[in-house]
Design a protein around this ligand. Structure first.
Ligand code: F0G
Length: 435
């Protein structure tokens, strides 16, 4: 049996050929996932093959995604894969961040070290590979910024036309700039992410354009490798917790699937617990997971947060994310604008830095430690999803005391670091650095 698409709904599980252009199950409307037979042979051999490939100069092996290709074997021909050497992101210790959260230690898996500066690249190289295999010439996505930057880069590198839809006025400038530079046809629409996604699905269908939002199961397959690489770097010892921000919930779905498959295929011996963190003003998944009726997610119609990457009120992958949180005995937490902003400054002070949505992880971990859910001595890996330079305006506002929550209230900026102006005078300069 080779790779197939399968409906994610337990009561359906219909199967379809891997080469059909589908985003939802034609029978029941459920989400789709790629399914495979497990790699054959002893896990130790796979582990050493993947480790060996790190020293190879072959482009596929240099990619921190395609190096692990046996773990997501949906292609039968790798000759047209476009890699920008995605993956390969470090695990970084943040002692000050750990202290801030009340933990003995915290490790950041930093996705900002990728070609376009976010975790999206791992999924995009796979989504674009599938687009090429299907003979598509145009690809589209709606995005809070990072998906569009990544899709623009990979599509252009592959000779496909990238078409991106953005919520006007609500994406960080660095991300918009990337999309323009990578040559995307860029449409800013006066609606929010959820509203635009509903329309873009229609547009994609009518115009025959391949949709590369995270509803695309091949994006999820690529994002699985973030967990695979993390385990490889930890010599296959699972941490107790993996903490990640939640927006459209593609990552939560991908991480959970990866961890389960690693366990089922004998690569790890237990599952870490997932902790998905949302921003208070855009927390429909938090609400769902804390409600007595979990049969349906109630969308937040006007999602708000300065962490624009996760300003999403109707996350498409919630059924998968719910399953993964449950399977891992995980939790969902929400954090305030001020908590995100302060956590971001603390990550910055570690010399690491990240974009606002990523900092929800540290804010969430801190809250979960103080409520006793995460123990101080547990091993915590927090996934920083985007690069510090993505949203410079936010940083400047925070440090100069000008950051305002969407409600209009001031965010005090406990760790503000004001730049100082000094006259061109030796004494004046000395006085600033000796006080
Ligand atoms: N962090 C960053 C930096 C993101 O860009 C996103 C999502 C998330 C976290 C949330 O991940 O959707 O898998 O739960 N950004 C998407 C975009 C929606 O369009 O760039 P998720």
């Amino acid at each position: 049996m080779s790779a197939e698409l399968a409906c994610f709904e337990e009561g359906c599980r219909a199967r379809f050929p891997i080469t059909e252009v589908l985003y939802n199950c034609p029978h029941c409307g459920g989400l789709l996932e790629a399914v495979y037979p497990p790699p054959q042979g002893p896990p130790a051999e796979w582990k050493s093959l993947w480790r060996e490939r790190r020293t190879s100069n072959a482009p596929l092996d240099q990619s921190g995604v395609w190096r692990y290709r046996e773990f997501f074997a949906f292609l039968d021909d790798y000759s047209r894969v476009v890699s920008l050497r995605e993956g390969n992101t470090p695990l970084l210790n943040g002692p000050r961040a750990a202290e801030y959260a009340g933990l003995d230690g915290i490790t950041f898996k930093h996705q900002g070290f990728k070609p376009t500066g976010s975790f999206k690249d791992n999924g995009m190289t796979c989504g674009v590979a599938q687009a090429l295999r299907l003979g598509m010439t145009r690809v589209a996505c709606v995005s809070t910024g990072n998906t569009s930057a990544s899709m623009a880069a990979y599509a252009s590198a592959a000779g496909l036309q990238p078409i991106i839809f953005l919520p006007a006025g609500n994406i960080a400038f660095g991300k918009l700039a990337q999309a323009l530079d990578y040559g995307a046809l860029t449409l800013q629409v006066e609606a929010n992410f959820d509203q635009i996604l509903a329309m873009v699905r229609e547009v994609a269908e009518q115009a025959g354009i391949y949709l590369l939002n995270s509803i695309n199961p091949f994006r999820i397959e690529g994002q699985k490798t973030i967990m695979l690489e993390m385990m490889d770097q930890r010599d296959w010892t699972p941490p107790d917790w993996v903490v990640l921000p939640g927006g459209n919930l593609g990552n939560a779905s991908a991480f959970g699937k990866a961890l389960r498959e690693m366990r089922d295929w004998g690569l790890i011996n237990r599952l870490p617990r997932l902790a998905v963190i949302q921003a208070e003003g855009s927390a429909p998944f938090y609400d769902l997971m804390h409600s007595t009726d979990r049969s349906r997610l109630t969308p937040v119609t006007k999602p708000e947060t300065l962490a624009t990457a996760i300003r999403i009120g109707d996350p498409i992958s919630w059924p998968k994310a719910m399953h993964e949180v449950d399977c891992s005995h995980g939790v969902v937490e929400k954090v305030s604008e001020a908590e995100i902003a302060d956590a971001k400054a603390v990550i910055g002070k570690c010399g690491i830095g990240c974009e606002p949505a990523s900092a929800a992880t540290l804010a969430g971990a801190r809250k979960l430690v103080s409520s006793g859910v995460i123990r101080k001595d547990e091993a915590v890996v927090a996934v920083l999803t985007g690069n510090v330079l993505k949203d410079q305006d936010y940083i400047h506002r925070y440090h100069t005391g000008k950051l305002q929550a969407p409600s209009g209230s001031e965010i005090p900026g406990r760790f503000g670091n004001q730049p100082m102006f000094v006259p061109y005078l030796l004494d004046a300069i000395l006085s600033k650095i000796t006080t």
